[in-house]
Design a protein around this ligand. Structure first.
Ligand SMILES: Cc1cc2nc3c(=O)[nH]c(=O)nc-3n(C[C@H](O)[C@H](O)[C@H](O)COP(=O)(O)OP(=O)(O)OC[C@H]3O[C@@H](n4cnc5c(N)ncnc54)[C@H](O)[C@@H]3O)c2cc1C
Length: 416
């Protein structure tokens, strides 16, 4: 069924009895041409583009839980392409362009809102760094604008620009950045993929791989063995656990990251604000809740929940720049498992085992990457060569030393 204004009116007039399920609930087939492990944003987007753009058939997405139960439905919904390095900026700008046409493309309302993102500046050194980053963005076809404190005050009157420790001296704005309703992205891609014949199989955990003559030929699952011509892994925070089943060690650690939502308020935040110096960022959802977050919990974990010291730390960061928000009550919080790579950048590559492909290492920035990640992974799976915007996301960069160290932190995953 195609969604449209006409369809909404028609269904309203006929008692909403004609809506069909958004995707099927098929049983697994004995064999597929391509099996994608992980029904998060990246796995579903990969299946969607494989079917739509690369003409592939007989595709399955295997998800151990339910669609949208992982990080795709747990993140703080921010999209942007404000990166510095060559290996990253073209890829994230490609992603932002895909976001811009996505709702029409997959015929689903994902509430994409280009309300703008602002990175705050507190020192001259930070200003120099942001001017450099803004120039790199513009050179790669993205938009960037340096704002003065006065311009920021006019847009965000609740910001405390005169904090003694973190005075706000300007900011780097990307007006095309913004927010997207995160679980609608999973549902939109799932529906789009399903309508092109992809089998989305929920409650189906991959527990092992089968190899023949050095090639992966299928996967063992909680719903039985499934044969596959090619297998693509896109399980985000569970990457190291999954790949250990085929004796692969990844340059990656898993950490927990928390998100927070306040009670609903009248509009107080027109866009997204990030306070990197104090590790806090915030936007306001269309329902009115302040959606915010900060640092990782700081220890390796596969738990989807965090601890109170980080709650305190994040709220302190928020209070430093938005003191008025201290009056709002915290309504909900949760955690997600982050696949933190050693240089903070992702991997979209073939593995050393024939037929086995890997997508992961998204750290805490993989939501905005969802469309490009899916497109580039589909390109790799279908054509066996990397997409031009993802040529740097290879495993061997950790051997050759060609790190994409956006933050200049070195091999310290907990800082990315
Ligand atoms: C609190 C928080 C805030 C964030 N904020 C942002 C943000 O504002 N902007 C941004 O760009 N990014 C953000 N991120 C990061 C982003 O959410 C992730 O990088 C991205 O969602 C990961 O890709 P995914 O959607 O495919 O992951 P997931 O949705 O986690 O998908 C992986 C799926 O694999 C499944 N799986 C695991 N093991 C198996 C198995 N053995 N068999 C079958 N299935 C399996 C899991 O159940 C899961 O559904 C945030 C993350 C968190 C936790």
């Amino acid at each position: 069924m195609r969604y449209s204004g006409f369809q909404v009116i028609k269904q309203a007039l006929t008692g909403h009895k004609g809506w069909t399920p958004a995707w099927r609930d098929p049983d697994p087939q004995p064999h597929y041409d391509i099996v994608i492990i992980g029904g998060g944003g990246h796995g579903l987007a990969t299946a969607y583009y494989l079917a739509k753009e690369f003409g592939q058939k007989r595709i399955a997405v295997l998800e151990k839980g339910w669609i949208g139960g992982g990080n795709v439905g747990r993140n703080t919904t921010i999209i942007r392409s404000n990166y510095l390095l060559d290996g990253n900026e073209p890829f994230y700008e490609f992603s932002l362009k895909l976001w811009e046409g996505l709702e029409q493309d997959f015929n689903y309302n994902a509430m994409i809102s280009q309300r703008g993102i602002l990175n705050l500046i507190h020192s001259d050194a930070q200003r120099d760094a942001f001017i450099r980053r803004g120039n790199a963005m513009i050179l790669n076809g993205a938009d960037a604008e340096m704002l003065t404190t006065e311009q920021i005050k006019a847009r965000y009157p609740y910001l405390n620009t005169n904090d003694a420790r973190f005075p706000i001296k300007g900011g780097l704005a990307q007006h095309r950045g913004g927010t997207v309703r995160h679980d609608a992205v999973a549902w939109g891609y799932a529906r789009g993929a399903d309508s092109r014949g992809v089998d989305i199989i929920q409650n189906c955990e991959v527990t092992g791989f089968k190899q023949e003559n050095g090639r992966v030929v299928g996967v063992e699952t909680s719903r039985g063995y499934i044969g596959a011509g090619k297998v693509g892994c896109a399980v985000a925070g569970s990457s190291s656990r999954l790949m250990s089943k085929i004796d692969m060690q990844l340059p990656m650690e898993s950490h927990v990251l928390q998100a927070f939502v306040s009670e609903g308020l009248k509009p107080v935040m027109p866009g997204v604000v990030t306070f990197g110096a104090g590790h806090f960022y915030c936007s306001q959802s269309d329902k009115g809740g302040l959606v915010f977050g900060g640092d990782l919990d700081g220890y390796n974990s596969y738990a989807q929940r965090g601890n109170l010291p980080v709650v305190e730390d994040v709220c302190e960061g928020g209070m430093a720049i938005f003191p008025a928000f201290g009056r709002a009550r915290l309504l909900r919080m949760w955690g997600g498992i982050m696949d933190m790579s050693m240089d903070g950048s992702p991997i979209i590559d073939r593995t050393h085992i024939d037929g086995l492909y890997f997508n992961g290492g998204w750290c805490y920035g993989g939501f905005k990457a969802t469309p490009a990640s899916g497109f580039c992974f589909a390109h790799l799976l279908a054509r066996d060569e990397p997409h031009p915007t993802a040529t740097a996301y290879r495993f061997n960069r950790f051997e050759t030393g060609h790190m994409i160290d956006e933050k200049g932190m070195g091999n310290q995953p907990n800082l990315h």
